[in-house]
Design a protein around this ligand. Structure first.
Ligand code: SF4
Length: 233
C-alpha cells in the first residue's frame, strides 16, 4: 500500500502532512457501508505531536453521537488508568481503525478495515509517535500484522520498525472482565516504567513534540516509507 494522495504532497515524509489535511481528505467519507448508519465520523483527537498514540477499534454509541473517540465509560476508564503511565489525556493522540460505528458495536468487517485503515496509517505518519498502544484485538492485529490474540500479545513491547508497540486490552472490554482490567492496569504501569526509563530528549514524558525528534531517528536516514512497519506502509 502506497502513501495516500494528499493534495499538495507527493510521497510525503513522516510529520509532513497535518492531521487537518488528512481530515479534509476524509471529508464526508462514503467508502464503506458504515457511512449509511453513522451519526458522526470519529476522526481522532489529542496532541498532534504525541509521544504516545493510542489506537482503538471503532467508535461506540457515545463516540458516534459525540464525534469523539473514547468518551463514555470506556473513555472514563482510559482517562483513569492513563495516570498509571504518568500520562494525561492531553498528552496523547487517540484514533480508531474505523472512523464510523459498526451497527450494534459488531466487530469491524475486513472490507471496512481495508477501506478505512489508510486514514489511520496517515494519522500515524502525521503524529509519528514513538510508542503506539493498541487497544484490543482489531487494533493490535492491524498494527502488528498478526492474528495472535491479545491475551498472548499483551504484557510486553513489540518493535515494528520505528515504533514501539504495546498491545493491551480495550478499556471497554476490561470493564466487563475484572481480570482483564487488572492486566490492563499492569500494562499501563509497564508503559509508565518504559517512559520513565526512556525519557524524551526534552524531558517531558508525555509530549513528544520536537524534542522527540532527536531520540527517534526522525530527521536522520530512513524516514521514507521503507522505514515503516508494514502496518503503516
Ligand atoms: S468507516 Fe472509514 S471508510 Fe467507512 S465510511 Fe467511515 S470513514 Fe469511510
Amino acid at each position: 500500500m502506497g502513501v495516500m494522495h494528499i493534495p499538495g504532497h507527493e510521497g510525503q515524509k513522516p510529520r509532513e502532512v497535518s492531521l487537518k489535511e488528512i481530515r479534509a481528505v476524509l471529508g464526508d467519507c462514503r467508502l464503506c457501508q458504515l457511512c449509511q448508519t453513522r451519526t458522526n465520523i470519529v476522526f481522532g483527537v489529542g496532541n498532534p505531536h504525541a509521544r504516545v498514540m493510542f489506537v482503538g477499534e471503532a467508535p461506540g454509541r457515545n463516540e458516534d453521537l459525540q464525534g469523539e473517540p473514547f468518551v463514555g465509560r470506556a473513555g472514563e476508564n482510559l482517562n483513569g488508568i492513563l495516570s498509571l503511565a504518568g500520562l494525561r489525556r492531553e498528552d496523547i493522540y487517540i484514533a480508531n481503525v474505523l472512523k464510523c460505528r459498526p451497527p450494534g458495536n459488531r466487530n469491524p468487517a475486513a472490507d471496512e478495515v481495508l477501506a478505512c485503515s489508510p486514514f489511520l496509517r496517515e494519522q500515524i505518519r502525521s503524529v509519528w509517535p514513538e510508542i503506539i498502544v493498541t487497544l484490543g484485538n482489531p487494533a493490535s492485529h492491524f498494527v502488528l500484522k498478526t492474528e495472535v490474540g491479545i491475551t498472548r500479545l499483551r504484557g510486553r513491547f513489540h518493535q515494528m520498525g520505528h515504533f514501539t508497540v504495546m498491545p493491551t486490552f480495550h478499556p471497554a472490554a476490561a470493564l466487563r472482565n475484572p481480570a482483564w482490567q487488572e492486566l490492563l492496569e499492569a500494562d499501563f504501569r509497564m508503559l509508565g516504567q518504559y517512559l520513565a526509563e526512556h525519557p524524551a530528549s526534552d524531558g517531558v514524558a508525555g509530549a513528544g513534540a520536537a524534542g522527540a525528534v532527536g531520540t527517534t531517528g526522525f530527521g536522520a536516514a530512513g524516514v521514507g516509507s521503507d522505514a515503516l512497519p508494514r502496518a503503516v506502509e
